[in-house]
Design a protein around this ligand. Structure first.
Ligand SMILES: [Zn+2]
Length: 337
Protein backbone atom coordinates (compact mmCIF):
# COMPACT_ATOMS: atom_id res chain seq x y z
CA UNK A 1 0.00 0.00 0.00
CA UNK A 2 2.98 2.25 0.55
CA UNK A 3 3.88 1.84 -3.14
CA UNK A 4 0.32 2.59 -4.16
CA UNK A 5 0.34 5.72 -2.06
CA UNK A 6 3.55 6.84 -3.72
CA UNK A 7 2.09 6.24 -7.17
CA UNK A 8 -1.03 8.10 -6.28
CA UNK A 9 1.07 10.98 -5.10
CA UNK A 10 2.88 11.07 -8.44
CA UNK A 11 -0.34 10.79 -10.35
CA UNK A 12 -1.94 13.61 -8.45
CA UNK A 13 1.13 15.71 -8.92
CA UNK A 14 0.54 15.63 -12.59
CA UNK A 15 -2.48 17.13 -12.18
CA UNK A 16 -0.78 19.34 -11.02
CA UNK A 17 -0.18 19.92 -7.56
CA UNK A 18 0.99 18.31 -5.51
CA UNK A 19 2.47 16.57 -2.57
CA UNK A 20 1.46 13.71 -0.36
CA UNK A 21 -2.21 13.54 0.54
CA UNK A 22 -3.13 14.88 3.92
CA UNK A 23 -3.32 12.14 6.55
CA UNK A 24 -6.35 13.48 8.36
CA UNK A 25 -9.17 15.56 7.02
CA UNK A 26 -9.15 18.59 9.23
CA UNK A 27 -11.48 21.49 8.77
CA UNK A 28 -10.42 23.69 5.93
CA UNK A 29 -11.65 26.70 4.07
CA UNK A 30 -11.66 26.71 0.35
CA UNK A 31 -12.18 29.67 -1.85
CA UNK A 32 -15.58 28.49 -2.95
CA UNK A 33 -16.75 28.72 0.65
CA UNK A 34 -15.78 32.35 0.67
CA UNK A 35 -17.43 32.98 -2.68
CA UNK A 36 -20.54 30.85 -2.36
CA UNK A 37 -21.63 31.22 -5.95
CA UNK A 38 -18.20 30.39 -7.22
CA UNK A 39 -17.67 33.69 -8.89
CA UNK A 40 -16.47 37.11 -7.93
CA UNK A 41 -17.97 39.73 -10.20
CA UNK A 42 -15.59 42.48 -11.10
CA UNK A 43 -18.16 44.54 -12.93
CA UNK A 44 -16.99 47.51 -14.82
CA UNK A 45 -13.50 46.20 -15.50
CA UNK A 46 -15.01 43.69 -17.91
CA UNK A 47 -13.72 40.54 -16.28
CA UNK A 48 -14.94 37.96 -13.85
CA UNK A 49 -13.00 35.47 -11.78
CA UNK A 50 -14.36 31.99 -11.13
CA UNK A 51 -12.24 30.88 -8.17
CA UNK A 52 -10.64 27.47 -8.24
CA UNK A 53 -10.34 25.12 -5.29
CA UNK A 54 -7.40 23.68 -3.42
CA UNK A 55 -8.39 21.20 -0.77
CA UNK A 56 -6.56 18.34 0.86
CA UNK A 57 -7.03 14.89 -0.69
CA UNK A 58 -8.46 16.24 -3.89
CA UNK A 59 -6.84 17.54 -7.04
CA UNK A 60 -7.10 21.33 -7.24
CA UNK A 61 -8.96 23.46 -9.77
CA UNK A 62 -7.08 26.49 -11.03
CA UNK A 63 -8.75 29.88 -11.06
CA UNK A 64 -10.65 30.70 -14.23
CA UNK A 65 -11.25 34.14 -15.63
CA UNK A 66 -13.73 35.51 -18.14
CA UNK A 67 -12.86 38.56 -20.22
CA UNK A 68 -15.47 40.34 -22.30
CA UNK A 69 -14.52 40.68 -25.94
CA UNK A 70 -16.27 41.99 -29.03
CA UNK A 71 -16.80 38.52 -30.47
CA UNK A 72 -17.86 36.79 -27.25
CA UNK A 73 -16.23 35.73 -24.01
CA UNK A 74 -12.59 34.84 -23.57
CA UNK A 75 -12.16 32.11 -20.95
CA UNK A 76 -8.76 31.71 -19.34
CA UNK A 77 -8.37 28.15 -17.95
CA UNK A 78 -11.09 25.54 -17.61
CA UNK A 79 -10.45 23.78 -14.27
CA UNK A 80 -10.45 20.11 -13.49
CA UNK A 81 -13.62 19.04 -11.72
CA UNK A 82 -17.14 18.89 -13.20
CA UNK A 83 -18.42 21.40 -10.62
CA UNK A 84 -15.94 23.99 -11.85
CA UNK A 85 -16.89 23.33 -15.49
CA UNK A 86 -20.55 23.76 -14.57
CA UNK A 87 -19.85 27.18 -13.07
CA UNK A 88 -18.08 28.25 -16.25
CA UNK A 89 -20.90 27.09 -18.50
CA UNK A 90 -23.49 28.69 -16.21
CA UNK A 91 -21.73 32.03 -16.42
CA UNK A 92 -21.72 31.98 -20.23
CA UNK A 93 -25.43 31.06 -20.19
CA UNK A 94 -26.22 33.91 -17.79
CA UNK A 95 -24.39 36.33 -20.00
CA UNK A 96 -26.07 34.95 -23.11
CA UNK A 97 -22.76 35.13 -24.96
CA UNK A 98 -20.67 32.45 -26.65
CA UNK A 99 -17.24 31.50 -25.37
CA UNK A 100 -15.28 32.58 -28.42
CA UNK A 101 -11.81 31.67 -27.16
CA UNK A 102 -10.14 29.62 -24.45
CA UNK A 103 -6.63 30.38 -23.26
CA UNK A 104 -4.78 27.72 -21.26
CA UNK A 105 -2.09 29.43 -19.20
CA UNK A 106 -0.31 26.06 -19.09
CA UNK A 107 -1.14 22.41 -19.71
CA UNK A 108 -1.58 21.24 -16.09
CA UNK A 109 -4.87 19.43 -15.87
CA UNK A 110 -6.30 21.59 -13.09
CA UNK A 111 -6.38 24.32 -15.78
CA UNK A 112 -7.31 22.36 -18.90
CA UNK A 113 -9.48 19.33 -18.12
CA UNK A 114 -12.64 21.32 -18.87
CA UNK A 115 -11.48 22.19 -22.41
CA UNK A 116 -13.34 19.40 -24.20
CA UNK A 117 -16.69 19.93 -22.54
CA UNK A 118 -16.53 23.72 -22.83
CA UNK A 119 -15.76 23.43 -26.52
CA UNK A 120 -18.52 20.87 -27.01
CA UNK A 121 -20.93 23.49 -25.68
CA UNK A 122 -19.19 26.35 -27.54
CA UNK A 123 -17.89 24.77 -30.74
CA UNK A 124 -16.62 28.07 -32.10
CA UNK A 125 -14.10 28.47 -29.30
CA UNK A 126 -10.50 28.58 -30.46
CA UNK A 127 -7.90 27.23 -28.04
CA UNK A 128 -4.83 29.37 -27.41
CA UNK A 129 -1.96 27.59 -25.65
CA UNK A 130 1.71 26.81 -26.04
CA UNK A 131 2.82 23.54 -27.58
CA UNK A 132 4.39 22.39 -24.32
CA UNK A 133 1.47 19.96 -24.11
CA UNK A 134 3.10 17.76 -26.76
CA UNK A 135 6.12 17.03 -24.57
CA UNK A 136 3.87 16.39 -21.60
CA UNK A 137 1.69 13.95 -23.54
CA UNK A 138 4.75 12.02 -24.68
CA UNK A 139 6.33 11.95 -21.22
CA UNK A 140 4.84 12.75 -17.86
CA UNK A 141 1.20 12.32 -18.83
CA UNK A 142 1.90 9.05 -20.60
CA UNK A 143 3.58 7.64 -17.50
CA UNK A 144 0.80 8.95 -15.30
CA UNK A 145 -1.79 7.30 -17.47
CA UNK A 146 -0.05 3.93 -17.13
CA UNK A 147 0.15 4.38 -13.37
CA UNK A 148 -3.49 5.33 -13.15
CA UNK A 149 -4.59 2.30 -15.15
CA UNK A 150 -2.42 0.00 -13.04
CA UNK A 151 -3.79 1.42 -9.81
CA UNK A 152 -7.39 1.23 -10.94
CA UNK A 153 -6.94 -2.38 -12.02
CA UNK A 154 -5.36 -3.23 -8.65
CA UNK A 155 -8.09 -1.45 -6.69
CA UNK A 156 -5.51 0.94 -5.23
CA UNK A 157 -7.34 4.17 -5.92
CA UNK A 158 -9.26 5.33 -2.85
CA UNK A 159 -13.00 5.34 -3.58
CA UNK A 160 -13.21 9.08 -3.01
CA UNK A 161 -10.76 9.73 -5.83
CA UNK A 162 -11.86 7.22 -8.41
CA UNK A 163 -14.04 9.68 -10.33
CA UNK A 164 -11.14 12.11 -10.52
CA UNK A 165 -8.79 9.43 -11.86
CA UNK A 166 -11.35 8.31 -14.43
CA UNK A 167 -11.81 11.90 -15.53
CA UNK A 168 -8.04 12.11 -16.00
CA UNK A 169 -8.12 8.96 -18.17
CA UNK A 170 -10.97 10.41 -20.25
CA UNK A 171 -8.80 13.44 -21.03
CA UNK A 172 -5.93 11.13 -21.97
CA UNK A 173 -8.30 9.43 -24.43
CA UNK A 174 -8.93 12.83 -26.01
CA UNK A 175 -5.51 14.50 -26.10
CA UNK A 176 -6.56 16.85 -28.89
CA UNK A 177 -8.71 18.66 -26.35
CA UNK A 178 -5.44 19.89 -24.80
CA UNK A 179 -3.73 20.87 -28.07
CA UNK A 180 -4.02 24.47 -29.23
CA UNK A 181 -5.92 25.35 -32.37
CA UNK A 182 -4.00 28.64 -32.18
CA UNK A 183 -0.51 27.81 -30.89
CA UNK A 184 1.19 30.62 -29.00
CA UNK A 185 4.91 30.46 -29.70
CA UNK A 186 6.22 33.83 -28.61
CA UNK A 187 5.21 36.92 -26.67
CA UNK A 188 3.11 39.26 -28.80
CA UNK A 189 0.23 41.69 -28.84
CA UNK A 190 -2.64 39.52 -30.04
CA UNK A 191 -6.26 40.11 -30.95
CA UNK A 192 -8.30 37.35 -29.36
CA UNK A 193 -12.04 37.31 -30.03
CA UNK A 194 -11.64 40.92 -31.13
CA UNK A 195 -9.94 42.08 -27.90
CA UNK A 196 -6.36 43.29 -27.89
CA UNK A 197 -4.20 41.64 -25.24
CA UNK A 198 -0.51 41.29 -24.52
CA UNK A 199 0.12 37.54 -24.46
CA UNK A 200 3.48 36.55 -23.02
CA UNK A 201 5.26 33.22 -23.20
CA UNK A 202 7.53 32.25 -20.31
CA UNK A 203 9.76 29.40 -21.45
CA UNK A 204 10.83 26.80 -18.89
CA UNK A 205 9.08 28.22 -15.88
CA UNK A 206 6.20 26.43 -14.09
CA UNK A 207 6.07 24.24 -17.21
CA UNK A 208 8.04 24.09 -20.44
CA UNK A 209 5.89 26.92 -21.80
CA UNK A 210 3.62 29.13 -19.67
CA UNK A 211 1.38 31.92 -20.86
CA UNK A 212 0.66 35.06 -18.89
CA UNK A 213 -1.54 37.90 -20.07
CA UNK A 214 -1.43 41.63 -19.52
CA UNK A 215 -4.34 43.86 -20.42
CA UNK A 216 -3.09 47.44 -20.57
CA UNK A 217 -6.63 48.82 -20.85
CA UNK A 218 -7.63 47.60 -17.39
CA UNK A 219 -4.27 47.04 -15.67
CA UNK A 220 -5.16 43.37 -15.24
CA UNK A 221 -2.47 40.70 -15.28
CA UNK A 222 -3.33 37.00 -15.45
CA UNK A 223 -0.36 35.04 -14.15
CA UNK A 224 -1.48 31.40 -14.28
CA UNK A 225 0.59 29.20 -11.98
CA UNK A 226 3.58 31.53 -12.16
CA UNK A 227 1.89 32.78 -9.00
CA UNK A 228 0.19 30.29 -6.67
CA UNK A 229 -0.67 32.18 -3.54
CA UNK A 230 -0.19 29.62 -0.78
CA UNK A 231 2.70 27.63 -2.16
CA UNK A 232 4.21 27.30 -5.66
CA UNK A 233 3.46 24.03 -7.45
CA UNK A 234 6.84 22.99 -8.79
CA UNK A 235 6.06 19.55 -10.19
CA UNK A 236 7.21 20.47 -13.71
CA UNK A 237 9.18 23.59 -12.83
CA UNK A 238 12.45 25.07 -13.97
CA UNK A 239 13.01 27.29 -10.95
CA UNK A 240 15.41 29.76 -12.58
CA UNK A 241 13.17 30.23 -15.62
CA UNK A 242 10.29 30.78 -13.23
CA UNK A 243 12.25 33.44 -11.39
CA UNK A 244 12.91 35.23 -14.69
CA UNK A 245 9.21 35.11 -15.53
CA UNK A 246 8.35 36.77 -12.21
CA UNK A 247 10.88 39.49 -12.96
CA UNK A 248 9.23 40.09 -16.35
CA UNK A 249 5.80 40.29 -14.69
CA UNK A 250 7.15 42.87 -12.24
CA UNK A 251 8.04 45.11 -15.18
CA UNK A 252 4.40 45.42 -16.19
CA UNK A 253 2.29 48.32 -14.85
CA UNK A 254 -0.51 46.10 -13.55
CA UNK A 255 -2.85 47.02 -10.72
CA UNK A 256 -4.50 43.61 -10.19
CA UNK A 257 -2.84 40.24 -10.65
CA UNK A 258 -4.91 37.05 -10.84
CA UNK A 259 -2.83 34.08 -9.66
CA UNK A 260 -3.37 30.48 -10.78
CA UNK A 261 -4.66 29.66 -7.31
CA UNK A 262 -5.71 32.03 -4.55
CA UNK A 263 -7.09 35.53 -4.29
CA UNK A 264 -6.24 38.42 -6.61
CA UNK A 265 -3.17 40.41 -5.61
CA UNK A 266 -2.21 44.05 -5.86
CA UNK A 267 1.33 45.05 -6.77
CA UNK A 268 2.57 45.03 -3.17
CA UNK A 269 1.19 41.51 -2.67
CA UNK A 270 2.88 40.31 -5.82
CA UNK A 271 6.24 41.83 -4.90
CA UNK A 272 6.03 40.17 -1.48
CA UNK A 273 5.20 36.85 -3.13
CA UNK A 274 8.08 37.19 -5.59
CA UNK A 275 10.47 37.93 -2.73
CA UNK A 276 9.23 34.84 -0.85
CA UNK A 277 9.73 32.72 -3.97
CA UNK A 278 13.25 34.06 -4.45
CA UNK A 279 14.10 33.40 -0.82
CA UNK A 280 12.90 29.80 -1.12
CA UNK A 281 15.08 29.20 -4.17
CA UNK A 282 18.08 30.84 -2.50
CA UNK A 283 17.59 28.84 0.69
CA UNK A 284 17.31 25.56 -1.22
CA UNK A 285 20.49 26.40 -3.12
CA UNK A 286 22.38 27.05 0.12
CA UNK A 287 23.59 24.69 2.84
CA UNK A 288 20.66 25.63 5.05
CA UNK A 289 18.69 22.86 6.70
CA UNK A 290 15.60 21.75 4.80
CA UNK A 291 13.35 22.66 7.72
CA UNK A 292 14.75 26.17 7.74
CA UNK A 293 13.79 26.65 4.09
CA UNK A 294 10.28 25.33 4.79
CA UNK A 295 9.89 27.66 7.77
CA UNK A 296 11.21 30.52 5.65
CA UNK A 297 8.55 30.04 3.00
CA UNK A 298 5.80 29.91 5.57
CA UNK A 299 7.08 33.10 7.23
CA UNK A 300 7.66 35.01 3.99
CA UNK A 301 4.34 33.99 2.41
CA UNK A 302 2.24 34.01 5.58
CA UNK A 303 -0.11 36.70 4.25
CA UNK A 304 -1.20 34.35 1.45
CA UNK A 305 -1.89 31.29 3.59
CA UNK A 306 -5.21 30.44 5.14
CA UNK A 307 -5.39 29.33 8.77
CA UNK A 308 -5.26 25.62 9.45
CA UNK A 309 -3.24 24.79 6.34
CA UNK A 310 0.25 25.04 7.83
CA UNK A 311 0.98 21.31 7.86
CA UNK A 312 -0.15 20.85 4.27
CA UNK A 313 1.86 23.84 3.05
CA UNK A 314 4.96 22.60 4.86
CA UNK A 315 4.55 19.16 3.33
CA UNK A 316 4.18 20.55 -0.18
CA UNK A 317 7.15 22.88 0.25
CA UNK A 318 9.32 20.04 1.57
CA UNK A 319 8.25 17.79 -1.27
CA UNK A 320 9.31 20.35 -3.85
CA UNK A 321 12.62 21.01 -2.13
CA UNK A 322 13.38 17.29 -2.32
CA UNK A 323 11.90 16.56 -5.74
CA UNK A 324 12.89 19.69 -7.63
CA UNK A 325 15.16 22.15 -5.82
CA UNK A 326 17.59 19.69 -4.24
CA UNK A 327 17.26 16.73 -6.55
CA UNK A 328 20.14 15.38 -8.65
CA UNK A 329 21.48 17.87 -11.24
CA UNK A 330 20.19 15.83 -14.17
CA UNK A 331 16.73 15.75 -12.60
CA UNK A 332 16.84 19.51 -12.03
CA UNK A 333 17.94 20.08 -15.63
CA UNK A 334 15.08 18.00 -16.98
CA UNK A 335 12.56 20.82 -16.97
CA UNK A 336 15.05 23.52 -17.98
CA UNK A 337 15.92 22.34 -21.49
ZN1 LIG B 1 -2.65 24.94 -11.04
Amino acid sequence: MRLAAALLTTLLCIACATAPPEPSSGRHHDQASRAPHGSAPSGEQGYLIVPGSFEPDRGPDGNSLFLDAPDGLILVDTGRHPEHRDRLLAHARRRGRPIAAIVNTHWHLDHSTGNAEIRAAHPGAELYATEAIDGALAGLLLRSREQAETMLAAGDVPPGREAEVRRFLAVMDDPDSLRPTRPVRESADMTIAGRRLRVNVAPHAATEGDIWIFDAATGLLVAGDLVVAEVPFMDTACPEGWRRALDAIAEMPFTTLVPGHGDPMDRADFLAWRAAFGNLLDCAASDAARDLCIAGWRRDAARFQRPGREAMIDRITGYHIDARLRSAPEERARYCE
